[in-house]
Design a protein around this ligand. Structure first.
Ligand code: C2E
Ligand code: MG
Ligand code: MG
Length: 748
């Protein structure tokens, strides 16, 4: 897996985790916020309930007393002494221990019959001042009992002046009892004086006795601000809810009672208030975490499945199935990464190409050839020492190795060792004498492009292939110049194609015995705009490498067809013309269909066309060629084996492939006159005849050559001895001349 992909995966996971954590935090914040809202709602609900209860209990009693006071006030002759029983009944109904009437002098007549003076009591003084009120817890002077006293003024119904005070005594514990039901459980309720003194408090019941609220708050309020805030509210302010944070949270709600400047304080502790909500929230958190964990696990599993699949695909895409080495694509994807990791001073990309591999296949068979390739792949694999080094198979017998080293000697020793091992490969106890073309490109510090490095190593390898005597070739500036020249040539050819500078010439072929024209070979010529005519030797092989040859061949085909069709229209006897087929035609049967379609377009029968397959093309793929020759025959094309003698087409392949004619190459013809040459040509002619093939000798230049070939029954002669290649118009003249002579003979 490439590092880039691995990093991307890690980034993705980290991003996902950050995302999940953020979502969880936001969710948690949201839940807490909602909980706070909920708790505040709850505490304000409780506090208003508390307030209304306090209101109901305290004000209810005050109101009842007020009603009684009005009754007493409206009765001018109220008989205190004889009314004690009635008052006591009232007291019992209203929940007082006793009720008393206090005269402005402070003399008090209690419903229990007691008479005493209460002029110093605060509640009395306030009620006398016209203000109904309730006392704090005080000690009852008769019974020494703690009590709270409710006091209301008795108004004269004439002038509304205060003529006395009506008071009701309630034992303090009963007073508290009224609120215990509210105070016994959370949220707690306190009734406070503005200075913080607690009039009634929940803890009273549990025996705790704290007199001032600030003593409690001091313990758990985190900062003074909160206490200041409470003080502010109690002394001047409106009711409010205050949030106090200690270990947990405390929510305090303060509301004025409306009696005696008292306040109802409702306190809810976080733990209890939250109890339910917290459980739900915890479930939500657990659920949330669970989901996150499940998602992460699922994600990891998915990523692994994906990774596995990716790796599998990567193996397929990056691995050469035949040798199990990596392929060029892999090297390309990992090139820079490997260079970066190298701890050595130098890096070289080395191209290896097995020389004459085709011959190995021919001589030993494809199976042995395959075995040799795999064996060489293993030798190369072992030449790799560093983790960052790598060997790849580019195609067939071509490999590249990325080596990292410190000295040139070190590099050359490794390459020598590979060459040496390859040279020792044995088959059937016989050394196969294998050699390799090796090209080395030493990377410079600034040149780290894969494409360039690869093409330089390739250039060096190709150079070495041409100069086999050199052990290996280093990439050089000269090679680069060649490359530039090649590029220039390629551009020129393209331009030539666009400008229709390519044309077919025709070299006549003669019957050896009658010396009459029996056909011609179409040979391409490049008419440059400067007037030069360029020989195919200059550009054919090159165009085969660049692929432009197919276009050139199409131009020649079109040219030939056009000429044949014109000549036929002019009533000339046209002999079969042969076309040279580039290698590309021999691997793609569609190309043959293309020829057929072009002929059809010009209405030319197939037997007017001969197709020349160059000998060196045979070894590429005999099976394919066999099929293609079959198609050629189907369309009535005669098939020639061109250049026989220069390649290494074995006799077996000539036998297997169904050629109609064998063309003896000029290099063979040139040997005529030597004993060996004569013998070889004789033998070749015999062989071809035995295989049912006719023979054409090309490059025949001399009478001696002609006479020899005639004596050996070679059928057709092509060469300067009879004619050089001619332009279409020149060839047409030859055809016309030929026809005239024929006509003359017929007339004679
Ligand atoms: P080839 O197919 O073997 O063609 C024969 C070559 O020998 C021609 O060279 C021809 O001019 C030359 N030749 C013929 N008789 C003599 C002679 O007596 N003495 C000498 N010295 N040379 C002679 P040319 O035309 O330069 O073509 C060279 C090669 O280029 C051809 O070899 C053929 O392989 C290729 N070629 C030519 N035209 C085309 C084409 O249209 N398409 C393809 N694919 N290849 C072509
Ligand atoms: Mg030819
Ligand atoms: Mg030839």
């Amino acid at each position: 897996m490439s590092r880039l992909k691995r990093n991307r995966r890690i980034y993705f996971l980290v991003l996902y985790l950050i995302f999940t954590v953020c979502i969880m935090l936001v969710f948690r914040y949201y839940v807490n916020n909602q909980m706070d809202k909920h708790l505040i709602e709850q505490i304000s609900k409780s506090s208003s309930q508390n307030l209304s209860r306090v209101d109901e209990k305290l004000k209810g009693k005050i109101e009842e007393l007020d009603n009684l006071a009005i009754e007493i006030g409206s009765n001018e002759e109220y008989d205190y002494i004889n009314s004690f029983d009635d008052l006591q009944r009232f007291a019992n109904v209203l929940g007082f221990r006793e009720i008393g009437i206090i005269l402005p002098s402070g003399d008090a007549y209690m419903s229990t019959g007691k008479i005493l003076n209460l002029k110093d009591r605060q509640y009395f003084l306030q009620a006398l001042g016209g203000k109904s009120n309730i006392s704090e817890i005080i000690i009852d002077r008769f019974q020494n009992q703690t009590v709270n006293v409710y006091a209301v003024p008795i108004l004269d119904n004439k002038d509304n002046s205060v003529k006395g005070v009506l008071c009701g005594l309630q034992p303090a514990d009963e007073f508290l009892e009224d609120f215990y039901s509210e105070m016994g459980s959370e949220p707690y309720m306190y009734i406070l004086k503005p200075n913080g003194d607690i009039i009634s408090k929940a803890e009273e019941k549990s025996g705790l006795s704290i007199n001032n609220i600030y003593d409690i708050l001091d313990d758990f309020a985190e900062n003074d601000k909160v206490i200041d805030n409470i003080k502010n509210i109690l002394e001047n302010g409106q009711g409010d809810i205050i949030n106090i944070k200690n270990d947990g949270y405390k929510y305090i709600s303060l509301n004025p009672v409306g009696i005696n400047d008292w306040w109802v304080m409702t306190v809810g502790t976080d733990d209890v208030l939250r109890e339910k909500t917290v459980i739900i929230a915890e479930y939500i958190h657990i659920f949330n975490v669970g989901i996150a964990v499940i998602t992460i696990v699922a994600l990891v599993i998915l990523l692994n499945i994906h990774k596995g699949r990716e790796e599998k695909l990567e193996r397929i895409a990056y691995c050469d199935q035949f040798t199990s080495l990596y392929n060029k694509e892999y090297l390309k994807a990992n090139f820079l990464d490997r260079l970066k990791k190298s701890s050595h001073k130098k890096v070289a990309l080395v191209g290896y190409d097995v020389n004459k591999m085709k011959m190995v296949n021919e001589i030993y068979g494809v199976q042995v050839g395959n075995y040799v390739i795999k064996y060489i792949a293993n030798i190369l694999k072992m030449s790799v020492k560093d983790d960052n080094e790598i060997v790849i198979r580019d195609h067939s017998d071509v490999f590249f190795a990325l080596y990292m080293y410190d000295t040139k000697d070190e590099l050359e020793n490794r390459i020598d060792s590979v060459i040496n091992k390859v040279s020792k490969i044995i088959c059937n106890n016989k050394n196969m004498q294998l050699t390799m073309a090796v090209g080395i490109y030493e990377l410079t510090n600034e040149e780290h492009s894969f494409e360039k490095s690869f093409s330089y190593a390739q250039m060096a390898k190709n150079d070495n292939k041409k100069n086999v005597e050199k052990g290996y070739s280093y990439y050089s500036q000269a090679m680069r110049e060649t490359e530039l020249r090649n590029k220039q040539l390629n551009d020129e050819i393209k331009e030539g194609i666009a400008n229709k500078e390519f044309m077919a010439w025709f070299q006549p072929q003669y019957d050896t015995f009658t010396k009459k024209i029996v056909g011609a070979e179409a040979l391409v010529r490049w008419y440059k705009s400067d007037g030069r005519i360029i020989s195919p030797y200059y550009f054919i092989e090159f165009s085969e490498k660049t692929g432009l040859i197919q276009e050139i061949d199409r131009i020649v085909l079109e040219n030939v067809c056009k000429s044949i069709s014109q000549w036929r229209e002019q009533g000339l006897d046209v002999m079969p013309i042969s076309l040279n087929l580039s290698r590309a035609y021999l691997s793609d049967e569609n190309a043959i269909y293309y020829i057929k379609n072009t002929l059809d377009k010009y209405n030319i029968p197939g037997d007017l066309i001969k197709l020349e397959v160059t000998e060196s093309a045979i070894v590429d793929s005999e099976d394919k060629l066999e099929k293609i020759i079959e198609i050629m025959h189907k369309f009535s094309f005669r098939v020639y084996l061109d250049d026989f003698g220069i390649g290494y087409s074995s006799l077996s392949s000539i036998n297997n492939l169904n050629f109609d004619t064998l063309k003896i190459d000029k290099s063979f013809v040139d040997t005529i006159g030597t004993e060996k040459g004569n013998r070889v040509i004789k033998y070749t002619i015999d062989l071809a005849k035995n295989l049912g093939m006719s023979l054409v000798a090309e490059g025949v230049e001399t009478k001696e050559q002609y006479e020899f070939l005639k004596a050996e029954h070679c059928d057709v002669i092509q060469g300067y001895y009879f004619s050089k290649p001619l332009s279409a118009s020149e060839f047409k003249e030859v055809l016309e001349e030929n026809q005239k002579n024929d006509d003359k003979k017929v007339v004679d």
